[in-house]
Design a protein around this ligand. Sequence first.
Ligand code: GLY
Ligand code: MN
Ligand code: MN
Length: 435
Amino acid sequence: MTLSPDIYRARRQRLMQQLGGDTVAVVRAGELCTRNNDCDYEFRPNSSFFYLTGFNEPSAVLFMLPDGASHLAVLPKDPEREQWDGFRHGMTGAMQDFAMDGAVELDELDDLALELLDGKQQVALLFDDALLRDQVLNWRDELAAKARQGAQAPVTLLDMTDAVHEMRLIKDSAEIELMERAAQISVQAHTQAMQSVAPGMMEYQLEAELNYVFMKQGARVPAYNNIVASGSNACVLHYIKNDEQIEDGDLILIDAGCELGCYASDITRTFPANGKFSEPQAQLYQLVLDAYHAGLKLMTVGQPYEAFHNAAVEVLTQGLVELGLLQGSVAELIESKAYRAFYMHNTGHWLGLDVHDCGRYKVDGASRPLQEGMVVTLEPGLYINPDDESVDPKWRGIGIRIEDDILIQAQGPYVLTHGLAKEIDEIEALMAANA
Ligand code: GLY
Ligand code: MN
Ligand code: MN
């Protein structure tokens, strides 16, 4: 699933305008990864490459020129390989379907690079691509060695990471539409999980319900490994084994979101295996929910990014004191970060082509103001270690997180993951309806 080729072309042109000067920019799609022996993982392109091309074949290399023209080096058309591994767009497809101004087959990559880099002042790339850094330096060396034949090697390497990431941070309307579709598939998957659970099931059986809905709705892969954590497994933040039996009386924390057209969704819900929160579970759950609502109010244009996290921390710390899990003054417990014994992660992150998407969180040393078109997760939680003997046993082993995906808009926050039960009575009613 890709957007219109004109959107990708406009992005490439905008990037080149921003970089300015006599610059050639280069980005790689990445390579197929082996899983074992001759089995590969399904290919997933580098997110910035995909953002600039919509092209989803391994090994491709994109070149962008100062005048806005683009060239793509691609796997060749090859009837025999395509018989085994599937369709390739080839050079013609790259030009016709992806609005490229030129295309070559990959065995001509070096020739194309030398031709395009010759006489240019600067080469721009994403510096975290170590392979490409080496490749660009090799091309530079080859051009430098041909100086007597008139070749002119570029003299500057520019890291264009910030420029690309800042573009990706602000989502356009086509991206937002796709992200809302991804979010809504994940809403359906979480609803299905809440309606299917029963004590005695294995965590992976509940995970199967999520994957079923993702795939059935056209999102073939999760955006990250599904977390289906029952009981105290929920206190392990990145629990992905998902292989234990769900007990009566457990809370279940599911953190799962599908990827659609390479865009991520990211939802967490926590609900009781038997459909009814116990008193201590409900008290802690309501506290996390209060922190969610306090954070959401601050997800507005112009608020510093850190404001919603700080608001959530304040509500959580106050509540932990009221419930007897922390002792002392709220201000001091926040200052000393004592709350981190129970809340050890941030309250959100950018969301987009990557689940932990790109873009700076601070500008000139200060938390950056939220802007229209940013998509941010809101995910307060509380985790009471099952072995923590300093707390009343009734709290031990309870892990709770509530997470939605929020679009920042001028008229206020818009919950892309709308329609998924979150209040205690909503969750219990949804689960009772299916009992
Ligand atoms: N699912 C990863 C996260 O919530 O950040
Ligand atoms: Mn998240
Ligand atoms: Mn998550």
